[in-house]
Design a protein around this ligand. Structure first.
Ligand code: B16
Ligand code: MG
Length: 216
């Protein structure tokens, strides 16, 4: 695939801003209240995964089955705890290299989008002052299938008016790298996905990604 990269689709949590700990603390509070074992290792499996699918992973350790109504209530309770925590996010929580990368790409005429599983994307972008920084936003509110399904990235490319082959996805989750590949895009793995062999490019974080080389 040698098409020029005309658009970059950024995952939000773990790429633009670190909300991982807020997700962990909110799930942990809910799990503790229910007497369900939960730790940071299990939390790693929730990266990029939707809220309800995350709950199913947590319930693998539950002592009893939960009804669908109980599951909805638990997910809503976790989200209330999470929204409370992200209420204190500010511009200072933007991850290293993210703002410089956005400026560099815009300077080169490359379009930028968000492709996130999170239904809280609008709140998070507002909190960190980036609500007007992207040409398109595709998030958990607009999709039926979350990563590793490519839907959110395919939607982001469509909103940018670009073919998938012209887009690069930046992801910190293995599920997101799989989604990008499934959507026919290239992917830059950062953070937890920096060592993912399926990614086209790799960097520890956006501050260390060589976009001049990636764009060619
Ligand atoms: P919400 P991303 C994902 O965001 C998170 O990585 C994942 O841990 C979370 O469960 C998911 O969003 C859904 O979030 O409960 O806010 O809808 O990495 O795709 O930007
Ligand atoms: Mg992520």
């Amino acid at each position: 695939m040698n098409d020029r990269i005309l658009g970059v689709i950024f995952d939000l949590d773990g790429v633009i801003v670190s909300t991982d700990n807020c997700h962990y603390l909110a799930w942990k509070r809910m799990a503790d209240e229910e007497g369900i074992y939960f730790d940071r290792t299990i939390n790693e499996r929730l990266r990029g995964v939707s809220r309800m699918e995350s709950l199913e992973i947590i319930l693998e350790r539950a002592q009893r089955p939960y009804t669908d109504d109980e599951k909805q209530a638990m997910a809503a309770r976790k989200n209330a705890y999470y929204v409370e925590l992200i209420g204190s996010l500010t511009r200072a929580d933007i991850l290293p290299g993210a703002l410089d990368t956005l400026s560099y790409l815009k300077g080169r005429g490359v379009k930028v989008a968000i492709g996130s599983s999170s239904k809280n994307t609008p709140i998070i972008l507002r909190q960190i002052g980036l609500e007007n920084a992207f040409d398109a936003v595709a998030d958990g509110n607009a999709i039926t299938h979350s990563k590793p399904d490519p839907e959110v990235f395919v939607l982001a490319a469509r909103l940018l008016g670009l073919a998938p082959e012209s887009c690069l996805v930046v992801e910190d989750a293995d599920a997101g790298i799989e989604a990008a590949m499934g959507g026919g895009m290239r992917a830059l793995g950062v953070g937890s996905a920096a060592g993912n062999p399926a990614a086209t490019f790799h960097a520890p974080d956006l501050a260390h990604a060589d976009f001049a080389a990636i764009l060619g």
